[in-house]
Design a protein around this ligand. Structure first.
Ligand SMILES: [Zn+2]
Ligand SMILES: [Zn+2]
Length: 208
């Protein structure tokens, strides 16, 4: 399995391209980032099989429909956020980005593909708190954390369906996953990667 990071610009999230048994794009970002991101992807691989969202926020999902159409690849999101994405509800924060969500044509609940992902060597960890359907992904010794955990902080919990206590539990869960699975580096939804030996989740929790 190979993972490529495509850094987001401005408020846009980082995108991760996972190549293996299936070619997967995690978090397409916003529509304005479509062309440069597409160029990067097509410089590496011609086809995408699947698009996965770590959660439904617009800075991660606004461009879903463009990639879905271009590659004819379904968009996967946690079952609890399927409706928010399909309807472009307030939970997606599209209006915060002065935009309107264009829902992707094909949205598949995560529960339907979780086993298929496992066969591709990708394991889903449910990490609610930033939003109730936030997920992290274990890919070999990397951990994609969306907006749950960053190199120098944690995600906000004050948006719709966010919750601080739930976020704290998810961070503890990730701490366990990092130890038990020998994760070497986290790949966050924004900002730089963090080698796990420099990551201090205990301190981050104390600040909450
Ligand atoms: Zn984000
Ligand atoms: Zn977010």
């Amino acid at each position: 399995m190979r993972i490529y990071k495509i850094e987001g610009r401005g408020y846009e999230c980082n995108k991760y391209l996972i190549l293996g048994r299936k070619n997967i794009l995690v978090d397409p970002g916003m529509p304005e980032g479509f062309l440069p991101t597409l160029e990067r992807i097509e410089g590496i691989v011609k086809d995408l099989d699947l698009i996965i969202n770590t959660h439904c926020h617009y800075d991660h999902t606004g461009g879903d429909y463009l990639f879905q159409e271009h590659f004819n690849a379904p968009v996967v999101i946690h079952d609890l956020e399927v409706e928010a994405l399909r309807r472009g509800s307030d939970v997606t924060l599209a209006s915060l980005f002065h935009s309107k969500m264009v829902p992707p044509g094909e949205v598949v609940p995560l529960g339907e593909v979780v086993e298929e992902l496992r066969r591709c060597g990708i394991e889903v960890v449910e990490t609610p708190g930033h939003t109730r359907g936030s997920i992290s992904l274990i890919c070999g010794d990397y951990l994609i954390t969306g907006d749950t955990l960053f190199a120098h902080g944690v995600g906000r919990w004050d948006f719709p369906t966010g919750d601080l206590e739930t976020l704290k539990s998810s961070l503890l869960k990730l701490q366990r996953v990092i130890q038990e699975r020998g994760i070497s580096e986290i790949l966050p939804g924004h900002g730089e990667n963090a080698p796990t030996h420099t990551l201090d989740i205990e301190s981050l929790l104390l600040e909450l």
